[in-house]
Design a protein around this ligand. Structure first.
Ligand code: NAD
Ligand code: UGA
Length: 458
């Protein structure tokens, strides 16, 4: 079969894999190849055991792999053979030198640009899929177009807005697709090529085009706004606990204002995930770099509230359990940073587990999909840790349960049986406010939600 377009994606992670599977599925006349430097990851994409858990992803990959979707480690060949190249390598926070702990580490990104330059023998469209600081495309253009050999590269920005756990749905029905380009003839032509790919399944009015810097910046700002809503409601949850108000009632009342809207107003132990923190810190760094310290401080406070919320959760546990956790056994229900994913990057559970161990508690970690990652995250951390997948067995003999991830399975367990198997007095700290608190209290638990009055038997 001859394909109309040949597409390469460099980086087979949480973004590259699912995004390319969706393009392959919606555009059968495109051949899509995903390459990565990590051979184990590629082997997993080619197996029945995909490297990431995402509802609906197995079916999507099964339907397209070997037809017009291919996973490979042959980066050099991929670059030669494809005219449209997405780059979705990781862009973590820099851990060294100037900007350490704040700026984006662009080394993987720049290495990829140099590889594209080295192995290209024809002109190509290069698309930023990774989240990047504003003006990265300029650096990319400079690297790529530094040779005068007749080969031309057009760089586009096409940030990804999928959320983990709902990636397949988000990719199939995106709120919007954003494509930033140069407003030159070549830039506009490249932009149209990408618009045509998405137009195979995304309604035209949802495909936004913009200048390239607006596109890069919009991605950072979208994540900053989402995280800001969580920090706003979490800040209010602290006040609710003092003022005997109920944060769920407050967020309901506030969110019914159509100008505010109901989403992303669930108080919690704080946001996790690989991107919110890094992208806000990146925005903060950019603002400081441009001398906008007041703006930088404003956005940095979103991260500070998030750290505060996690520490507050531990302090509430300590206060409730008579100011000592030493020798007590605490079961963690959930370790993933949110439900429906096995991803634990920046999960608040990591911080909470470490803090509980510092207090010399013993912990039992339970999660339906994230135990492998949890083991890696807690490798080398001192203290007594057990890993038990079954939530009932995990809670047996424990003094407290801390619910850290909003997995549906925790909502309807046999709480009477769980209570009977635990040390007394038994505590539940519901870090996601998903349990039936009154029912748990009536069974005998002392219940501590986030941002609501506790229900205690003392
Ligand atoms: P990831 O770590 O899961 O995947 C990145 C992959 O790139 C890894 O498999 C790594 O081996 C590979 N890689 C690194 N350097 C390479 C190179 N030179 N050649 C080939 N492969 C290379 O990361 P991710 O979660 O997929 O995120 C990728 C980007 O997308 C980041 O910029 C992130 O901010 C952004 N993003 C992520 C999400 C998300 O939900 N995870 C959503 C939107 C945007
Ligand atoms: C987030 C954005 O939602 C995506 O649009 C974006 O593409 C992605 O980051 C990215 O750039 O990586 P993700 O981190 O996968 O997606 O998941 P979210 O649903 O945004 O949740 C992030 C964190 O906030 C989770 O820990 C979640 O539990 C927490 N959260 C979310 C709350 O505490 N309260 C809420 O009301 C909503």
């Amino acid at each position: 079969m001859t394909f109309e377009k040949t597409i390469l994606c460099i980086g087979a992670g949480y973004v590259g894999g699912p995004t390319m599977a969706m393009i392959a599925s919606q555009c059968p006349r495109c051949r899509v190849t995903v390459v990565d430097i990590n051979p184990e990851r590629i082997a997993a994409w080619n197996s029945d055991n995909l490297p990431i858990y995402e509802p609906g992803l197995d079916e999507l990959v099964r339907a397209t792999r070997g037809r017009n979707l291919f996973f490979s480690t042959e980066i050099e060949r991929g670059i030669r053979e494809n005219d449209i190249i997405f780059v979705s390598v990781n862009t973590p926070t820099k851990s060294f030198g100037l900007g350490a702990g704040m700026a984006a580490d662009l080394q993987y990104w720049e290495k990829t640009a140099r590889q594209i330059l080295e192995f290209s023998d024809s002109s190509k469209i290069v698309i930023e899929k990774s989240t990047l600081p504003v003006k990265t495309a300029l650096a990319m253009e400079r690297i790529l177009n530094c040779r005068e050999n007749g080969i031309h590269f057009d760089v586009l920005s096409n940030p990804e807005f999928l959320a983990e756990g709902t990636a397949v749905r988000d990719l199939e029905h995106p709120d919007r697709i954003l494509i930033g380009s140069r407003e030159t003839d070549n830039g506009l032509k490249a932009r149209q090529t990408l618009v045509d790919i998405y137009a195979s399944w995304v309604p035209k009015e949802r495909i936004l085009t913009s200048n390239i810097w607006s596109s890069e910046l919009s991605k950072l700002v979208s994540n900053a706004f989402l995280a800001q809503r969580i920090s706003s409601i979490n800040a209010i949850s602290a006040l609710c606990e003092k003022a005997d108000a109920d944060v769920a009632e407050v967020s309901r009342a506030v969110g019914m204002d159509s100008r505010i809207g109901p989403k992303f107003l669930n108080a919690s132990i704080g946001f996790g995930g690989s991107c919110f923190r890094k992208d806000i810190l990146n925005l903060v760094y950019l603002c400081r770099n441009y001398g906008l310290d007041v703006v930088a401080d404003y956005w940095e406070s979103v991260v500070k509230i998030n750290d505060y919320q996690q520490e507050r959760f531990i302090r509430n546990m300590l206060g409730a359990m008579f100011n000592t956790l030493a020798g007590k056994r605490i079961c963690l229900w959930g370790f993933a940073f949110k439900a429906n994913t096995g991803d634990t990057r920046e999960s608040p559970a990591i911080f909470i587990a470490r803090r509980l161990l510092e207090e010399q508690a013993e912990i039992v970690v339970s999660d339906p999909k994230a135990l492998k990652n949890a083991r890696t995250d807690l490798t080398g951390v001192r203290g007594q840790i057990r890993y038990v997948e079954d939530p009932l067995l995990a809670a047996e003999g424990c003094h407290a349960i801390a619910l850290l991830t909003e997995w549906d399975l925790y909502r309807n367990l046999d709480f009477k049986k769980i209570f009977d198997s635990m040390a007394k007095p038994a505590f539940i700290f519901d870090g996601r406010n998903i349990l039936d608190h009154r029912r748990c209290f009536d069974i005998g638990f002392n219940v501590y939600p986030v941002g609501k009055p506790p229900l205690t038997h003392f």
